[in-house]
Design a protein around this ligand. Structure first.
Ligand code: AMP
Length: 175
């Protein structure tokens, strides 16, 4: 199935010069969404994952489905001020801005095996913050997966340099 053809590109969103790769068109397609989750989860069926950790907001949609597929729990990483319990936070630089990502400090077991998921990896700043948070609460990031990689921005290489193998379903040139 050609999943790439289900991604919609919106030029100059949210800022001039950004080619926004919109996965909502993929999610809305029943066969496409299923094929996407099958393709991501099949990599990790024997990886003994304990928890899927998803990054707000599109990582929640993919992460929930992945956790269901893998028979694991799900833990959200959220933008600042959204989680109700005690949190720890990590600053990160976005392709188009700066933000803070947070995790509940008691969300993961010490030594728990985590699969990190988001829709897209660009510069890798968001995923890097996510890995740091998971590590700060004592769990292990076994792998990270994304629907889309923008290889020209180097994020996947950056994350692999943190000893976290990455799996992506497709690439788009440029940013
Ligand atoms: P980065 O931290 O630079 O790897 O950016 C990844 C995060 O920003 C992900 O959560 C993406 O959803 C979002 N993002 C960055 N660039 C784009 C883009 N060109 N199209 C869609 N989402 C993007």
């Amino acid at each position: 199935m050609d999943l790439k053809s289900l991604i919609r590109t919106i030029p100059n969103y949210p800022k001039e010069g950004i080619m926004f790769r919109d996965i909502t068109t993929l999610l809305a397609d029943a066969q496409g969404f299923k094929a996407c989750i099958d393709a991501l989860s099949s990599k990790y069926e024997s990886a003994n994952i304990d928890v899927v950790v998803g990054i707000e907001a599109r990582g929640f949609i993919l992460g929930g489905a992945l956790a269901d597929h893998l028979g694991t729990g799900f833990v959200p990483l959220r933008k600042k001020g959204k989680l109700p319990g005690k949190t720890i936070g990590q600053d990160y630089q976005l392709e188009y801005g700066v933000d803070v990502l947070e995790i509940h400090e008691d969300a993961l077991e010490e030594g728990g095996r985590v699969l990190l998921v988001d829709d897209l990896i660009a510069t890798g700043g968001t995923a890097e913050a996510g890995i740091k948070l998971v590590r700060q609460v004592g769990a292990t990031v076994v792998a990270a997966c994304f629907v889309i990689d923008l290889p020209d921005l180097g994020g996947k290489a950056k994350i692999e340099n943190m000893d976290v193998p990455c799996h992506v379903l497709m690439e788009f040139e440029g940013d």
